[in-house]
Design a protein around this ligand. Structure first.
Ligand SMILES: Cc1cc2nc3c(=O)[nH]c(=O)nc-3n(C[C@H](O)[C@H](O)[C@H](O)COP(=O)(O)O)c2cc1C
Length: 417
């Protein structure tokens, strides 16, 4: 397995890409969830104007005051493209996000966006801690919104998985030395991730400062025009380092039992809710398991979702892994879907499903089964920015109801007879 980026390193499932063929998706089905997710209101077939069943993937979804035009969403994907290392997004980011909005995605979530310089995953990460970053994000958020898509931002602190390499600076899968643009890392406990640099245990004062950084970045995100904020509590970054007993060895109120390990996430959620208008939704992306013995698991995830819901969180974006490096992840199409289904059924909160979902009918089936409320299309969207337009055709949606910009209608897929 070769590591091309720290976030990819975190998402260790990517190692199986070479052994997974697209046709596997046809054979795939979610491993049986312990409790079948109920068929929901979301899975009721609605009719299109031509009295054909309207695909659920193209049914709008409303959370608080925000309506997303469909359920094909772009998940956060770090571009590692801030070559000046100042956290300011670039032309690349504008093109990357706006082209996928033009391509029909309903919600366009930005990549992990650091709340402070040391919260970046690599020196080439974007951030949102100053005015120059905020102004540039506004340009991008406005560009996304102008297409009819909803702009969302993922806020992150990398903790012990910060100061790592990228395609731009090298040091792939390793820490960047401090004399070459790296920085000292912080974590709940002084336990490194694999061979990364050893982090310093956070003091109470530093914990409170980071919570304040999340609040301040969220306020900037709102001012920049983002309509959804997602807290990155997955993949072994700082918040998931607090959640997981394998990385959190603290004996104060931020470590120990589940409630104490949840405290940091809850305080971050509360801080963001303080500045987020009532009408805007808050998401949490969480790793539903770290795939390791004695670590974070589905039951704790369900508890985290229940607690989060009481603290103003509207949706759980369900991923897995990235917390410890030594595990084997059973990668296959739909492999994370049962977790999304369980969280949805047991915590009674909307979820998204993500991970090797790249076929329109595969996505539609997940929605019909009531396993998730929306589908995130990651790597497939890197190779095909207008994935939703092809999906609409494949699922039989009339081109006039598909999310085409007017300018592109003459190039639409021909409707089936
Ligand atoms: C290049 C790349 C960068 C990623 N960066 C992030 C990130 O910034 N935040 C995050 O939560 N997940 C990140 N991920 C994980 C994706 O959001 C997604 O969960 C994963 O790729 C699985 O979905 P897929 O099989 O549709 O690609 C990244 C994945 C890729 C391929």
């Amino acid at each position: 397995m070769s590591f091309t980026s720290p976030e990819v390193f975190g998402d260790s499932f990517l190692g199986a890409e070479a052994t997974t063929t697209p046709s596997d998706a046809k054979r795939s089905k979610p491993t049986s969830p312990r409790h079948a997710a109920p068929e929901s209101e979301e899975s009721t077939i609605v009719k299109s104007s031509k009295n054909q069943p309207r695909p659920l993937l193209f049914k709008p979804m409303t959370l608080r005051d925000v309506t997303v035009r469909n359920r094909a969403w772009l998940p956060p994907m770090d571009q590692y493209s801030v070559f000046k290392q100042d956290g300011i997004p670039t032309d690349w980011h504008y093109q990357h996000y706006v082209s996928r909005a033009v391509g029909g995605f309903g919600l366009v979530l930005t990549e992990a966006t650091a709340v402070s310089p040391e919260g970046r995953i690599s020196p080439n990460d974007v951030g949102l801690w100053n005015d120059a970053q905020q102004n540039t994000w506004k340009w991008i958020a406005d560009g996304i919104a102008a297409t009819g898509a909803v702009p969302g931002i993922q806020l992150n602190h990398s903790g012990r998985k910060g100061s790592t390499g990228s395609f731009a600076v090298g040091f792939n899968g390793a820490s960047v030395p401090q004399d070459q643009g790296g920085w000292p890392t912080l974590a709940p406990s002084s336990v490194p991730f694999g061979s990364y640099a050893i982090p310093t245990e956070l003091s109470h004062e530093e914990i409170h400062r980071i919570i304040a950084d999340f609040r301040s970045s969220a306020a900037r995100a709102v001012a920049a025009g983002f309509k959804v904020i997602e807290i990155h509590a997955a993949h072994g970054y700082l918040i998931s380092q607090f959640l997981d007993p394998l990385s959190n060895l603290r004996t104060d109120e931020y470590g120990g039992d589940l409630n104490s390990r949840l405290r940091f996430l809850v305080e971050v959620s509360d801080a963001i809710r303080e500045v987020l208008p009532e009408g805007l939704p808050l998401f949490v992306r969480i790793s539903a398991t770290d795939w390791a013995q004695g670590g974070w698991d589905l039951d704790q995830t369900v508890s985290a979702a229940q607690v989060s819901k009481r603290h103003g969180v509207d949706l759980i974006d369900v991923s897995t892994g990235g917390i410890v490096p030594y595990v084997t992840v059973p990668v296959a199409p739909n492999y994370q879907v049962p977790f999304a289904a369980e969280v949805r059924a047991q915590a009674g909160i909307p979820t998204t499903a993500v991970g090797l979902i790249d076929k329109p009918k595969q996505a539609e089936r997940i929605l019909h089964k009531g396993w998730a409320d929306a589908i995130e299309i990651g790597r497939a969207a890197l190779r095909e920015p207008s994935w939703p337009l092809r999906a609409a055709h494949k699922l039989g949606l009339n081109r006039h109801e598909a999310p085409y910009p007017q300018q592109y209608l003459r190039g639409a897929y021909r409707d089936n007879a």
